[in-house]
Each structure stands twice: as C-alpha cells, then as structure tokens.
Design a protein around this ligand. Sequence first.
Ligand code: NDP
Length: 439
Amino acid sequence: MEFGGVLGAGGIVLGLPTLTFLFSAYTSNAGWPSTQGGYEGLLAHLLQRNGTQLFHDVVFFWDTNIFFLYCLYWFALAALYLILPSKKVLGCPLPSGERLTYPLNGSLTLAVVLGVTYTFFYAYQPFPGVSITTLLDILPQLTLANIVFSFLLSAFLYVFSFRGPVVLAQGGNSGIPLYDFFIGRELNPRVGGLDLKYFCELRPGLIQWLLLNLACLAKSAGAEGSGGLPSPSVAFVVAAQVYYVLDALMNEESILSTLDVTTDGFGFMLAFGDLAWVPATYALQARFLVQQSSMSPSSNLLLACAVALGAVGMYLFRASNGEKDAFKRDPSSPQFKGMRTIKAKVDAGGGKTRSTLLLADGWWGVSRHVNYLADWLTAVAWSLPCGLASPIPYFYPFYFAILLIHREMRDSHKCAVKYGAAWEEYKKAVPYKIVPGVY
Ligand code: NDP
C-alpha cells in the first residue's frame, strides 16, 4: 500500500480538506499569516481555531446556493465535454490491450467558459454588484462546495466501481474500504460517454483556477491608485499561470500517457486534488499579491528573476513532456534518429509480450524526470514575486517538491515492474532521478 497505508489515507482524507479550507478562509483581507511574529505566530494564526471553532466556521461559511451553482458549473462542463465537436484520440493500451477513445475539446470548453464569463460579468451584467472579483469574496464558500462535491463524487465512484466487471486499478483494490476509497478502485470510470477521470483532470479545477486568477487581475487593476492597470507582479503571476493552464488544455492529449490516467484509480486522491486542492492552493500567489502587496512589495530584481526562471521552466516542461509524447507516438520519427534507446519487452496480457522502447537520450537522457524539475522551477517562479514576508505563497513549491519526489518513487517502482531489466539498464544510462548531478 502507498501513502502510508490506511493511516496515511485516513490522515490525507481528513487533513488536506482542512488545510484547503484554512487556506481559503484564513488567508484573506482579514490577514495573511506572516513570519513577522516568528513561526510560532504563523502557526498560531493558522491554528487559531480549535476543532469546535473550526466546525463553527465551516457551518458559518457553508452556502447551499453556492454549492448548487458549483454543481451547475461542473455539470455544464460535463455537457460541453459531450456535445462540443472534438478530435477523438486513442489512450494508452489497457492491461487487456484494449485502447479507450478520448475527445480533445478542452480548449474549446475553455473558450466557451470565457465567452460566458465575459457575457455575464462584462457585456450584460444581469446581477448588478456581481463581478468576476466576487469569486474572491466567496472563496471560502466556493472551496467548501469544491470539498463537499469531491467527497460526494468519490463516494459515488467507490460504489459505482462494484457495478460489475470493470477494469480495476492495480493499487486501489486492497479490499480495505477507506484505502480503496482514497486511491480509487476503478481505472477509467465512465458514465455514458463521459470519462470521469480524464474530464476532472484538466477541466473543472484547472478552469476554476484560471477564473480565480482573472479575478485577481481584475481586482488588482481596479485597486485605488492603480490607474486601471494590474501591478506588474500580479500581471506576471497571472500570465504565467494562465499560460500553464492553456498549455495543459491545448496539449490535452499528453495527459493520456501520465501516471494518473494509465495507472491510478479514480478515487478521493485525484477527485479531491483535481477539484478542490488545485484551485485553492494554486491561486495562493496571485491572491497574496492582490491582497497583501503592501506587506511585501515585489522588487524589480525578484520579478526579473521570476520571469527568467518561469521562461526556463515552461520551455523545459513543454520540451521534455512533448519529447516523450512524440516518442510514444512514433519512436521511428526522424526527430529520434541517432538517439539512444533501450529495447524492452512488456506484458501484453493473455500470456503474450510486446516489444517497446525507452528513450535514454535528449531530455530523457538528462535525468529520468527532468519534466518534474521543469514543473518545480515554474512553481518557484510563481512564488518569487511574493517576497519573503509570508511563507504561505511558498506553500505550493514546498508541497510540490514532496509530491514530485514521491511521484518519482511511485513511477520508478511502476516502471521497474513493467520494464524489468530494461529499466535497470535505463537507470544505469541515466543515473539521476530528477535534478541532473544532484538527485
Ligand atoms: P511522466 O510524464 O513523467 O511519465 C512517466 C511515464 O513515462 C512512465 O510511467 C513511463 O510510462 C514513461 N516513461 C518514463 N521514462 C521513459 C523513457 N525514458 N522513455 C519512454 N517512456 C518513459 O508522468 P507524470 O504523469 O508523473 O507527469 C507528467 C507531467 O505532469 C510532469 O511534467 C509533471 O511535472 C506534471 N504534473 C503536474 C502536477 C501538478 O499538480 N501541477 C501533478 C502531477 C504531474 P509507460 O509505462 O507508459 O512507458
């Protein structure tokens, strides 16, 4: 069992939603935890509520209307997934060799959402006083809606996975309900044409994060004395994160060869991560810069470093992920001529094997997961403009480093089982896991 087994799963199921709620409810105009009072002050701020008070805050912020509005948003995106025109592509082979079909219409979905947002908040404004910045005002209520929805979805997924013979994820069917609820029993749960995991990975949470960022941009531009322009730090962080989301949606096909889609079941871990954790924690930097810029004015030097680091990170991210994706699609493409590859035989089901290749050159010859390094550098670049007054905007790179190191271990284990001796040969040829020369 992974993630510390049943205890770890239980801790995450209780702990991460609490932290997510704290980040939304206790980092706001009312004050951001800062290092000014030392780290005890910071902890005291975050833990200022004991269990009973926290429960009261949850009840206080619960808003049924916002929950239903969130459901409307989620189901509307699901409807767009089904009805918008799309190119259909095949996913990676399942253990049986079968390949599922997936629609590529994430960027079209985003275009529709942005069109509706513009119409609703700028062109017609049917509700005076409601603007895109209202999203920031209702963040605790919205985050609670995200959390409750992800719990309900995970419960549905768990029960739904018992409906008959389904393809189970290797890790998610231990027979221990809490653990299986957490990891996810079924590999690719589908309701009609809707692939729930693929849909949740890149749409509701990622698009909500982008909308929160646009709200930060509008708030910064609307601040007193701004002259109608957002501050350079907010503009940079929002532009970089919007680019990240656009990149993910425009290269939607790349997600099909990731660990999440090929190996992990769809349970609480991914449902909560995709729907609640991403919008609440990934928007921390932009929210911080909008609300507390006086606490930590960005220096031009920090901003320049952030821009340079962000550019390197994003280039490396796209180049490395794109290279592997292209290699998986067609290893004989001229792009890979002369590059070192390692032959492997893998299980093809029914006692058969099939031949395949590992790329041990290009970006995949620099380290075994240079794409993780790229992603982490980008995360640091988003936090740098926040200065050092509060550690909260650095939560994302901090947690992300742990996630990526743990993810590398999980992926390495998966590949060792799948590729056997060929994986050992790859490890010898490319000795570093993530950071060349260091780790
Ligand atoms: P990767 O894209 O790193 O893919 C790992 C898989 O690629 C392996 O399981 C194996 O799959 C295949 N592979 C590994 N090495 C080779 C090689 N040398 N040659 C050919 N195939 C190889 O997986 P992830 O899903 O972990 O990450 C994808 C991206 O998503 C990363 O950039 C990561 O940073 C990002 N990410 C971002 C998150 C966020 O919250 N922002 C969260 C998680 C990931 P196979 O068995 O199919 O060959």
